[in-house]
Design a protein around this ligand. Structure first.
Ligand code: PLP
Length: 408
């Protein structure tokens, strides 16, 4: 059997792969600290769970939903976003599609927008799935670099230089997976101004972590400064991260109706409507409860952030510290620690060793993290901040021992 070149060219999801490896090692009896998690280790809010329970009594919860989602839910998603972002609804011609998670939503958007050979600009560090999805659509990912020295804020000049006649879209993800920062207000405003110069470029704004900033200021977006960008802006959101419901698979696309209609056509031929039971529960559930649910979660993330800061300082690795503010990740830079000396042939060796380093950390110290190469950030690793604080402290102690071990 011959597989398509499309599938042969894409990479496995490294985060899912590593998580599976960490789980397998744990099941074999090893004490593993799993810092690969892309999800909160908590149950969703009890009110939401009760609503789902209540909806189990209805036949409709088990039957096909409309392809684009139940209209009441689509309206609720749209109105909630309008309120949160303080959008003027007059003249807004946006619709909503409910999909099987944020990943499905982005996949739908790219399939509906990208023709072979068209370019999509990505900003590092980026979520692992974007380049692979672009490649599946036969598009070309154009990657703009940023690193810890830039506080993970890409240069707008570099973005401008990357714009070409082939540029179809730019994807921004703020709050960001894997750096745990969100782009500053001024940067978002400047990006908006830059985008005004390129009227055919679509802005895809992945806002799936937008409720999860644990330090002020809250995230902002280019279209809040320049509403005229809305007619070519696509918003991705969902319940996976902010409602701790990754397994329920509900994502949202908010976009001009021309695009949501195209996505509906595509979704109707590929997956049909998303999970009816959960959509119905989301219609009944009071979304204003989200903030009270997320309050303690944010406290937890702040605490783990402080633990990390203290441990880096104690290990004399304070230069690896930056203040993460949102989502639930941190990107550790191996390149600034003695650990890299075990791998580099000399100081000019700029190859990426993140996979080897993460393997050694898992095998020898039992700490699982995700190699940064997959995020376009060589010689770094993503650690998840969600572990319960005592276990997190123990994991970070082991990490520091590993990072500070002098090279050969
Ligand atoms: N966007 C980003 C930046 C993510 O990190 C993720 C999940 O890890 C998603 C989208 C997709 O979320 P979902 O689980 O709803 O598919």
């Amino acid at each position: 059997m011959f597989l398509s070149s499309r599938v042969k060219e894409i990479e496995d999801s490294i985060t899912l792969k590593l998580n599976a490896k960490a789980v397998a090692l744990t099941e074999s009896g090893r004490n593993i600290y799993n810092l690969t998690a892309g999800q909160l280790p908590f149950r969703p809010q009890s009110e939401f769970i009760e609503t789902i329970r209540g909806d189990l009594n209805f036949l409709k919860s088990f039957q096909y939903s409309p392809v684009a989602g139940f209209p009441e839910l689509c309206t609720k998603v749209l109105e909630s976003w309008i309120t949160k972002r303080d959008i003027d609804p007059s003249g807004l011609d946006h619709g909503v599609v409910i999909s099987n998670g944020g990943k499905h939503a982005i996949s739908n958007v790219l399939w509906s927008l990208i023709d072979p050979g068209e370019e999509v600009i990505l900003l590092t560090p980026y979520w692992v799935t974007y380049p692979e999805l672009i490649k599946i659509c036969r598009g070309i990912p154009i990657v703009i670099g940023a690193n810890i020295y830039d506080a993970f804020i890409p240069s707008l000049e570099d973005i401008r230089k990357a714009m070409s006649a082939k540029t179809k879209a730019i994807i921004i993800n703020s709050p960001n997976n894997p750096s745990g920062i969100h782009y500053p207000k001024k940067w978002m405003e400047d990006l908006g101004e830059l985008l005004l110069e390129y009227p055919d470029v679509v802005l895809i704004s992945d806002e799936i972590y937008s409720e999860l900033n644990y330090y002020d200021p809250k995230p902002t977006y280019p279209y809040e400064f320049f509403p005229e960008l809305l007619k070519r802006t696509v918003i991705i959101d969902g319940i996976s991260k902010c409602l701790a419901a990754t397994g329920l698979r509900i994502g949202f696309t908010i976009a001009p109706k021309k695009l949501t209609q195209a996505i509906t056509k595509m979704q109707g031929q590929t997956s049909s409507g998303a999970n009816s039971l959960i959509q119905r529960a989301l219609i009944t559930y009071d979304w204003s409860n989200w903030s009270s649910y997320l309050g303690p979660v944010k406290g937890h993330l702040r605490r783990n952030c402080e633990i990390l800061m203290e441990k880096l300082r104690e290990a004399k690795l304070g230069h690896c510290w930056y203040q993460s503010r949102s989502a639930f990740y941190y990107l550790i830079d191996f390149g600034q620690t003695p650990a890299i000396d075990h791998y580099r042939s000399d100081k000019d060796d700029s190859a990426d060793y993140s996979h080897q380093i993460c393997d050694a950390l898992l095998e020898d110290y039992g700490v699982a993290v995700v190699p940064g190469e997959a995020f376009g950030a060589p010689n770094t690793a993503r650690l998840s901040l969600v572990l319960e604080p005592d276990a997190f402290r123990e994991a970070i102690d082991l990490l520091m021992t590993f990072l500070t071990k002098e090279g050969p």
